[in-house]
Design a protein. Structure first.
Length: 449
């Protein structure tokens, strides 16, 4: 959240550059929007990766700047540069109309705050949207952002379409200030830096847009969803928890690969970046585990939570936040009761009616149920059997420190335990079982693998 008090834009000519970045090339209001601000004397720049097509004839005082310049051209994201050469910049949404004196009022409001103040932006609503904003609670380790109640003490992102004004030096100090949707992108990047925004109540007008035909409406919605998803990917966020409790997911699903690749030395790549398992991956693991438990229970297979999964259940009733699979043990003699395990044991991997993929693990004598054929988040099923002396053992050992034999008495009886939003069976003395495998105090001593 470091920010030097010096702002390089203070050496630029006093003025406000209007930037129009967010528009759909197949349905826009760029000419009227840009003209309404250029007629007030503001330099206006329309920008996107490539020029609008069909071509647009912009009014006087309006320039187009491509964000993908030719190799022979100058870089765009410089200050001063082709985009901005004034002290302040205003991000204006397509369809907005200028109001005499309102941008200047926003600038004057911002200039009341010293350069080292956390308030570095001023926003005004557009159209009929009531003025208001949300605070943001960023949880980058969990790939998550939570929107706080409307009109909090600290403002981070406007509640609806808005004009956003900030000093040009601060704007260009952000890592990717022009990634659309820019209002959301700049607001989020500012929040990561510890910046706030100030809302003013006076709105910019926005005349009603002509209705789009169904195809263009669908196309516009898909484009907006795609832009938001790409922005969240750049921000390292896979889950937005809205102020009303709703959720927007931007991670993996049944028809995509999981969010991380092959794991080496039992340590996923994201742990090396001080991140936990992405929430979409944890969600997929919970769904897979719940499904597997339902199938096993319906078939009469005796199973129990194993290893780190049992550890998470005892600690918090859920998967350990940095775990990347779920482990279940089961009685090997019960395998014949479950048709999916029988098929997998015979080498016939298959997808069940709910899209989960069952197979025999290539590493040895155990089984794996994947979230889907494409998404390889999985539950490992370990077949145990009793040997002489009432000790449970198995045929494949992967060298994990906790991979040890244990007395069958832990399984007689099995007991229910909350895990990931459902009840699963567990050893009757979970603490004793875990301390046998992980050592004394394992429950109270969370640690990365």
């Amino acid at each position: 959240k470091a920010e030097a008090p010096f702002c390089p834009s203070q050496t630029l000519p006093r003025g406000i550059t209007v930037l129009l970045r967010d528009f759909q090339p197949f349905a826009h209001d760029l000419v009227a929007t840009s003209a309404s601000f250029s007629s007030l004397g503001f330099p206006v720049v329309v920008t996107s990766e490539t020029p609008p097509y069909p071509p647009v004839s912009f009014p006087p005082g309006v320039r187009f700047v491509a964000l993908n310049p030719l190799p022979s051209q100058s870089p765009v994201l410089t200050l001063p540069g082709p985009l901005v050469a004034t002290q302040h910049v205003a991000l204006v949404p397509d369809g907005c109309r200028g109001v005499p004196g309102l941008l200047e009022r926003m600038r004057d409001e911002l200039d009341k705050f010293p350069l080292d103040s956390p308030t570095k932006m001023v926003a005004a609503p557009v159209g009929s949207t009531p003025p208001g904003c949300f605070g943001l609670r960023l949880e980058p380790k969990a790939w998550t952002v939570r929107y706080l109640a409307s009109n909090p003490l600290v403002c981070h992102v406007p509640r609806g379409p808005s004009v956003l004004l900030l000093r040009s030096g601060h704007f260009f100090s952000l890592p990717f200030p022009l990634v659309p949707p820019t209002l959301l992108g700049v607001s989020f990047q500012a929040a990561f830096h510890g910046w706030n925004l100030q809302m003013i109540p006076q709105p910019f007008p926005s005349p009603p847009a002509p209705p789009l035909n169904p195809h263009l409406a669908w196309k516009s919605q898909k484009a907006a969803q795609g832009a938001r998803r790409r922005l969240m990917e750049r921000l390292g966020l896979k889950l937005e928890v809205l102020a009303d409790g709703g959720e927007l997911w931007h991670g993996c699903g049944k028809d995509t690969p999981r969010c991380f690749g092959t794991i080496h030395s039992q340590t996923p790549e994201y742990l090396l970046r001080d991140l936990w398992t992405p929430p979409c991956c944890l969600k997929a693991l919970r769904e897979t585990a719940k499904h597997v438990v339902e199938v096993l229970e319906e078939a009469g297979v005796r199973y129990w939570l194993e290893g780190g999964s049992l550890l998470g259940a005892v600690r918090s009733g859920d998967i350990i936040p940095w775990d990347y699979d779920v482990d279940l043990g089961f009685y090997r003699e019960d395998l014949v009761k479950c048709s999916w395990l029988v098929a997998a044991a015979a080498g016939r991997a298959g997808e069940d009616p709910k899209g989960f993929y069952w197979e025999k693990a290539p590493e040895g004598e155990f089984y794996r149920v994947h979230f889907s054929r494409w998404n390889r988040l999985h539950v490992d099923l370990w077949p145990f059997y009793p040997r002489a002396g009432g000790v449970m053992t198995k045929d494949t050992w992967l060298g994990h420190p906790q991979d040890v034999e244990f007395p069958e008495s832990f399984l007689q009886p099995l007991v229910p335990l909350e895990f990931g939003g459902f009840m699963a069976m567990a050893p009757n003395d979970a603490r004793g079982f875990l301390e046998l495998k992980f050592g004394p105090g394992a429950i109270e001593r969370p640690q990365y693998p």
